[in-house]
Design a protein around this ligand. Structure first.
Ligand SMILES: Cc1cc2nc3c(=O)[nH]c(=O)nc-3n(C[C@H](O)[C@H](O)[C@H](O)COP(=O)(O)O)c2cc1C
Length: 186
């Protein structure tokens, strides 16, 4: 049985999402002690403080308890107009509340993202890094991975075909999983 459970938060639920593809490929690079599981964020209502009562919507209560239980988080985001998609921002805000009960606090994290443009989600990752810092998520800083998806980035089976990128992502996953083990103290 895996010792650590990592939540994978992907900012796109589009069929054929390159970010989902990247998240799946990353999870396969980790050792057997780490179980990566998807955090569902597409059934949350749009954040409205009026809904944020002692009995929030069921999907929100589920997200918050899931976040509290997980050992760490891998965020994989598309870039929308140089920032993160509203789908991802919405989930981050829901689990940051109610005030004083931020479910993300202290959790180890890592972020990356894939885009079809040469910026490779540089703008989105910068915005996300700031937001995750405010939420008290303890991010690894290096290595950064800005993934520009082109022909030949992925193999037919979904693995990373670009050897240089694969080496970078392997280092990233190794650094992140070691950080999760250190922070969780298990
Ligand atoms: C509203 C919108 C804004 C976008 N803005 C950017 C952008 O700022 N930079 C970029 O590289 N790609 C941008 N794109 C293109 C995305 O990189 C591309 O759609 C990518 O496939 C989205 O990720 P996904 O496949 O995981 O859904 C944008 C796409 C949309 C729909």
């Amino acid at each position: 049985m895996s010792k650590f459970t990592i939540g994978v938060v992907v900012g796109s639920v589009r069929k054929g999402s390159i970010n989902q593809k990247l998240a799946d490929a990353l999870a396969k690079l980790a050792g057997a002690d780490f179980d990566f599981r998807a955090v569902k964020i597409d059934d949350l209502p749009l954040y409205n403080q009026d809904l944020d009562t002692d009995t929030p919507p069921e999907s929100v209560a589920r997200l918050r308890s899931e976040v509290r239980a997980l050992d760490g988080f891998l965020f994989v985001t598309p870039e929308y107009n140089r920032t993160i998609p509203p789908l991802l921002a919405n989930a981050l805000h829901w689990a940051s509340r109610p005030y004083g009960k931020n479910s993300w606090v202290g959790k180890p994290g890592a972020l990356t993202g894939a885009s079809i443009g040469p910026v490779g989600t540089g703008g989105a990752q910068g915005a996300l890094r700031d937001l995750l810092g405010v939420l008290d998520i303890r991010l690894i800083g290096q290595p950064e991975a800005y993934v520009h998806v082109k022909d030949g980035t992925f193999a037919e089976d979904g693995s990373i075909a670009d050897e240089g990128l694969k080496r970078l992502l392997q280092t990233k996953i190794d650094t992140f999983t070691a950080w999760v083990a250190q922070v969780s103290g298990k």
